[in-house]
Design a protein around this ligand. Structure first.
Ligand SMILES: [Zn+2]
Length: 276
């Protein structure tokens, strides 16, 4: 009887701990104390769904739905020496993909945001922007946030209509440079402005890429813009940029994912060279 009474008292103490100014007078039996400790430990190890972010923001947090770095789907095969063009990922899972382009502005909060949200973006970088200020900013994202680095040309020209030699120099040159400073070698290529032609696909295939990656949604000035419909859909590839508005853009993307019941997962796992 007494033990039950103490357990009830202990439970009441836990339930009212948040507003009770003093702990319950009656000490809990040892066994109950151990149980309470276990409960407390379990509570503190439950992953948060959101954490405080820079500038008073709240950053949504995502748990990996599978072990990242494992192949989930194979990249489409190349045909006639032309690199396959990927606009979205075919998946029956609630997955979306975040890609960040250029590298022109180095917002100091970007790495911490990626880490707190537990999101691994794909970075499509230009040689000129990595050279300005060096590779360390992006290296930290690769090493500490699991970001992967991909190619976006050396100088960000419009490739459409340009010669094979010009395009190959821009694309392969960028891949070679990135491999040297931010390896491993990029496997994905995105053309500047989303502009490409058959020559682009041939040159990029010859440079050893797996896919030319476009997008189906974009984030600008803290607003997620959809190509069709009013929400993100599974398989969407989202485009944003390294800009002054990085925090607003990234948080808007994360919030949109929560709102639409989607999880951002690594694009590379779904464009794997091998079948899962
Ligand atoms: Zn770009």
């Amino acid at each position: 009887m007494r033990k039950i009474g103490a357990a009830v008292a202990a439970a009441l103490a836990v339930a009212t701990a948040a507003c009770a100014p003093e702990p319950a007078r009656q000490p809990a039996p040892v066994a109950d104390a151990a149980a309470a400790t276990t409960t407390a430990a379990a509570t503190t190890t439950t992953p948060p769904t959101a954490v405080p972010g820079p500038g008073g923001t709240t950053v949504p947090v995502f748990q990996p739905p599978y072990p990242y770095g494992t192949a989930q789907a194979a990249v489409p095969a190349a045909a006639d020496g032309l690199l396959p063009v990927v606009r979205r990922i075919e998946t029956d899972q609630p997955y979306v993909f975040i890609t960040i382009d250029d590298g022109a502005v180095r917002h100091p909060a970007a790495l911490e945001l990626m880490r707190s949200a537990n999101v691994r973006p794909s970075l499509f970088l230009n040689t000129k922007h990595v050279e300005d200020g060096g590779p360390d900013y992006f290296k930290a994202m690769r090493d500490q946030a699991g970001a992967r680095v991909h190619a976006h040309t050396a100088t960000h020209p419009n490739l459409q209509g340009k010669s094979y030699e010009f395009q190959r120099r821009e694309i392969c040159g960028n891949a070679d440079y990135l491999e040297g400073v931010l390896g491993p070698r990029a496997t994905l290529f995105r053309p500047p402005f989303g502009n490409y032609d058959a020559t682009t696909r041939r040159a990029a295939a010859d440079c050893g890429f797996r896919a030319l990656v476009m997008w189906t949604a974009a984030v600008n000035d803290g607003v997620v813009q959809f190509q069709a419909g009013g929400k993100l859909n599974r398989g969407d590839i989202v485009l944003m940029h390294f800009r002054q508005t990085f925090v607003e853009d990234f948080v808007a993307f994360l919030q949109r994912c929560k709102q639409d019941g989607l999880i951002p997962v690594p694009l590379e796992d779904h464009l794997s060279p091998s079948r899962p």
